[in-house]
Design a protein around this ligand. Sequence first.
Ligand SMILES: Cc1ncc(COP(=O)(O)O)c(C=O)c1O
Length: 379
Amino acid sequence: MTASSLPTRVPLLDLKRAERPLHDEMKAALEKIVESGIYILGPEIQKCEETISAYCQAKHGIACASGTDALLLALMALDVQPGDEVILPSFTFFATAGSAARLGATLKFADILPDSYCIDPASVRSLITEKTKAIIPVHLYGQSADMASLTAISKEFNIPIVEDAAQSIGAQWEDKRVCSMGTFGCLSFYPTKNLGAAGDGGMVITNDDALAEKVTMLRVHGMKPRYYHQILGINGRLDAFQGATLNVKFPHLDTWTGMRQNNAKIYGELFAAEGLDKILTLPKQVHPGRHVWNQYVIRVPDGKRDALRAFMTENQIGSDIYYPFGIHKQPCFVNKGLHWDNLPETDKAGTEVLALPNFPGLTEEEQQAVVNCIAKFFN
Ligand SMILES: Cc1ncc(COP(=O)(O)O)c(C=O)c1O
C-alpha cells in the first residue's frame, strides 16, 4: 500500500456498510408490519426474544424499549429500593448508574482493572455490606468482566449479579456467554451496538422462570391480566419495527463480530509494524473466552491523548473517548452525599483512552490510514 493510495478520511463508524446489503430485506420486513397493523410487541418481538436468549445460552429474553430500561427492569425485579446499595463500576456509560439511582439505591462505585477496563472483583469485595442488593459488572468494549471471581463473590454473599452486556452481545467468559452467568443480563440494541436495531431497543435475559415472569409484567405497568396491575411497573415495551429489524440482522451477527475481531488483529499488526505498540497500550483479550470488540480502545500515555485526538480530527480520522471521566464525577452525582474511595484506575483510564474506528466493513487501507496518522503524530 502506498501512502497516496490510502483514504484521506476515515469515519469512526459507518453503519450503512454492513447494513446496505440488507436494506431491501429490512424494508420488506417493516412493510409487513405496516400491513399487519401490529406495532407493539407481537410475533416479531417473540421471535427475537427466542433467538437472542438462545444465543445468550439462557432460557428467557424479555425485549424492552432500551438497554437502560433493561437495567431498570432487572433492578426493579430484584426489588431494589431506597437505602439499598448497588455496586457498579464508575467507568461505564451513564445508564448503568442512572438506572440504579432512579430507584433510590445508593451507588457504590468500584474501580476497574487496567487491562480489561472491567470491574475489579477485589474492589467489589471491599464494598460489600449487609445493605448490598446487587452487583452490576459491565462487560465493557466487548469483553467479559472476570465472571469467575464475581460469581464466586455473588455465591459467597448471596448477592445477585445483573450483567450489563450492552456492549457485548456474544462475548464469553471461557465457554459461557455473557448474560447467562448472572441472575440477569441486560442488552442494548442501540444502533452502534454489535446488534443494533433501527432505533432504541433492549432485552432482559434470565434463566429464572419466576423473575422472567416478573420482568414481563413490569414491562407493561405490572399488568396481568389486562388492566389488573399487580405491581408497579413501567411502559418498557419494544415496538415491532425494532423486532423485525433485529430478526433481519441477527443471522449476520457472528459474521460482523468476526470482522470486528479481524480489524482488531490487523490494528495490532499495523501498530507493531510502526513500533507504536511500544508507545501506546493496545487493547487485548485478557481472559480465555470471546471478545466481540464493540470498541477498539487504545491508551495514550503522558497526557498526549487529547493532542493526538485533535491531530486525528484535523486529519479527518474519526475517534472518540469512552469515557472522559468516571460517573462518580458526573454533575448529577457530585455533592449528593455519596461517598467513594479513590478510583485511581478509573481516573487514569479517563485521561488515556481513545476509541479508534472499528466496524464491519472498515477496510485495511482505512486502518493503515488511521495508524499512519497516529505514527505521524508521534514522529
Ligand atoms: C455499558 C452500557 N450500559 C447501558 C447502556 C444503555 O443502553 P441504551 O442506550 O440502549 O439505553 C449502554 C448504551 O450505550 C451502554 O454502553
